[in-house]
Design a protein around this ligand. Structure first.
Ligand code: MG
Length: 255
């Protein structure tokens, strides 16, 4: 698949969508507290998206090769779950958990993608550091994503910051986004500076580092969706949709 350079009209619409997505995800994040089920958070997100006249991008999304479509609006992944957790009525958040909320939105036919990991009540210092560092890794990746740089520069920047302290998930990556929810280029969270696809102004990509406190290796859960750390250690995930410009990238998924 070729890289899609967005037109000014598409960029304008994607920016509007990104703002709505950021607003919705912030509201959902505020709802996170001990005792709430991941199903309730999902339902809340669905209602907010509908109120905004948008379409949830992940609901019923079936990637090529996946055995079944994703059955919910948000991917909610708790503690040792990295990404793609399925919300459930029986999954109740507890004090001290960390929870990743990953949400995609379709607005006027165009997509944006955004994720945060938030604490449930009071969390340990180690977990708070994981959240802070994963957010920092995303910021560093965004800083590296300047016009004329490459996808490898993004991965290299994230790996240089986080690679010695954490297990960086290698099987999952950021991606182009906009016309489809997942487009080229593939944007890994590790790599070699100067290598890979060149970043051209007008490209829109999602950068999404996933850091594990323990080993980098992952396993798939029996639900065929949830990805977990192989060693049971906790994991965090932050993601922004960004616009490549001549200079510093512009964050699209912000209020
Ligand atoms: Mg994504």
């Amino acid at each position: 698949m070729a890289i899609i350079i967005k037109t000014p009209e598409q960029i304008k619409t994607i920016k509007e969508g990104g703002k709505i997505l950021a607003k919705v995800l912030a509201k959902v994040a505020k709802k996170v507290e001990p005792g709430i089920s991941t199903y309730d958070l999902d339902k809340y997100a669905y209602d907010l998206i509908k109120e905004e006249g948008c379409i949830p991008a992940f609901l019923n999304y079936k990637p090529v090769g996946a055995p079944k479509a994703f059955p919910a609006t948000i991917c909610i992944s708790v503690n040792n779950e990295i990404v793609h957790g399925i919300p459930l009525k029986t999954k109740i958040l507890k004090e001290g958990d960390i929870v990743s909320l990953d949400l995609g939105l379709k607005y006027k036919g165009l997509f944006t993608d955004h994720a945060v990991t938030v604490p449930v009540g009071v969390i340990s210092k180690v977990d708070q550091k994981l959240l802070d560092d994963t957010k920092k890794a995303l910021e560093i990746g965004i800083w590296a994503a300047q016009g004329g740089a490459t996808v490898g520069d993004i991965g290299h920047a994230i790996e240089s910051f986080a690679g010695k302290k954490y297990g960086i998930v290698r099987e999952l990556a950021g991606h182009g986004v906009g016309v489809k929810i997942h487009e080229d280029p593939y944007v890994p969270n590790f790599g070699k500076a100067g290598k890979g696809q060149k970043l051209i102004p007008g490209m829109i990509i999602a950068i999404e580092p996933m850091l594990n406190i323990g080993k980098a290796s992952i396993i798939s859960a029996n639900d065929n969706w949830t990805i977990k750390t192989s060693d049971g250690s906790r994991s965090a995930h932050f993601e922004h949709t960004i616009l490549i410009t001549e200079g510093e990238a512009e964050i699209i998924t912000k209020i």
